[in-house]
Design a protein around this ligand. Structure first.
Ligand code: NAD
Ligand code: UD1
Length: 329
């Protein structure tokens, strides 16, 4: 089985390439390297001992994508390619709508043209907006706070509409919670460009001394200790969730939350990171970050029931692996 992985040189895509190769699939990666480096795929090959074919392609470019579909008969696609910085999407909405929506349309169009029936899409828990946790796949999606979130909701809608009129098209919309950590080899992981926006890469860079101090955005939320609560999921569990979804795909559109179902506060994450890695993290409590919600965690019973998949790795594993990767790079 040959799978096209768009955005396969990125953080989640590269870990999923490993999971796919280890499960016996062959992979072709199409990435424009807007937020990644080709050398990541060399590491993927090192980890798995298997080859990855790479194409430097922008997925919004129909002519190039067409050539790729002519060259390979894919059994399925996993569509990770996308821009993901929430703040940047507010500053540059057209860039985000263009890149994230056109890539989904172009890729889906090629799948229909070339008879590729299996489509796995990277969505986000951000589509739930301010719904109360635990978040369930059946909840109505609430208005998003960012153009980035809108691109995920619109892409989901496009794929749902396509699924309705193409009876053989099988789509999985995977709503990720907060992916963190790295492959245990420490060869691949998250490498944000510049100052990180997300908590875990911020923590590892403070631990490394690249950044002076962590800012905890608010301690007056109605949560266990006043700080924001999220459902952190180890990126390797997330990657394995993709293989499970691919294997269970059936015609129509299925939506799955990929999380652990457990919430962890900012202070709890800091405490675990310090404890398992024997480090001290300087931090200060600051004002809330605009747009943040108090808590966001998944109801994961559907994925468990239908995909026979659940996250196995602990928050301690996430902290150990994230730090090992930071130290190694
Ligand atoms: P990433 O930036 O590491 O990977 C995305 C990859 O897509 C990069 O390699 C980038 O170069 C590539 N890319 C972007 N636009 C492209 C285009 N037009 N054509 C070809 N390649 C393109 O991000 P990630 O964290 O691995 O995220 C993967 C997907 O999962 C994204 O769609 C993201 O929105 C989604 N997602 C991520 C998170 C998260 O916290 N990391 C959470 C929810 C959803
Ligand atoms: C962010 C995105 C969201 C995306 C999600 C996926 C924003 C506004 N939202 O959300 O769209 O789906 O990542 O991973 O960027 N925190 C700090 N200090 C920091 C950084 C974060 O205290 O330096 C806190 C936040 O307030 C939050 C928690 O840590 O409570 C997690 O933050 P983050 O990693 O940015 O993820 P999300 O807020 O879930």
């Amino acid at each position: 089985m040959l799978i096209l992985v768009t955005g396969g040189a990125g953080y989640i895509g590269s870990h999923t390439c490993v999971a796919l190769l280890e499960a016996g699939y062959s992979v072709v990666v199409a990435d424009n390297l807007a937020n990644s480096n080709k050398t990541v795929l060399v590491e993927v090959e090192k980890i798995t001992g298997k080859k990855v074919q790479f194409y430097l392609i922008d997925v919004t470019d129909e002519a190039n994508l067409d050539r790729l579909f002519k060259t390979h008969q894919f059994d399925g696609v996993m569509h990770f390619a996308g821009l993901k910085a929430v703040g940047e999407s507010v500053e540059k909405p057209l860039l985000y709508y263009h890149n994230n929506i056109l890539s989904t349309i172009t890729l889906a169009k090629k799948c229909l043209e070339y008879g590729v029936k299996h489509f796995v899409f990277s969505s986000s828990a951000t589509v739930y907006g301010e719904n109360p946790s635990p978040l369930l796949e059946t909840m109505e999606l609430l208005p998003r706070t960012s153009p980035y979130g809108e691109t995920k909701a619109i892409s989901e809608q496009i794929l749902k509409d396509l699924g309705r009129v193409n009876e053989h098209f099988a789509v999985a919309l995977l709503r990720y919670f907060n992916p963190v950590g790295a492959h245990q080899s420490a060869l691949i992981g998250e490498k944000p460009d510049g100052v990180p926006n997300n908590l875990m890469p911020f923590i590892t860079q403070v631990a490394r001394g690249k950044l002076k101090k962590l800012r905890v955005f608010g301690n007056d939320y109605p949560t266990i200790d006043g700080t924001g609560v999220r459902d952190y999921i180890h990126v390797c569990d997330l990657a394995e969730g993709h293989v499970a979804a691919l294997e269970k795909l059936k015609p129509g559109v299925c939506i799955y939350n990929l999380g652990t179902g457990r919430g962890t506060s900012v202070l709890e994450l800091i405490e675990t990171f310090e404890r398992v890695n024997g480090l001290k993290l300087p931090y200060e409590i600051t004002a809330r970050r605009p747009g943040d919600i108090a808590e966001c965690y998944a109801d994961v019973s559907k994925a468990k029931r239908e995909l026979c998949w659940q996250a196995r790795r602990t928050v301690a594993d996430m902290c150990l692996d994230a730090w090992r990767f930071e130290e190694n790079n």
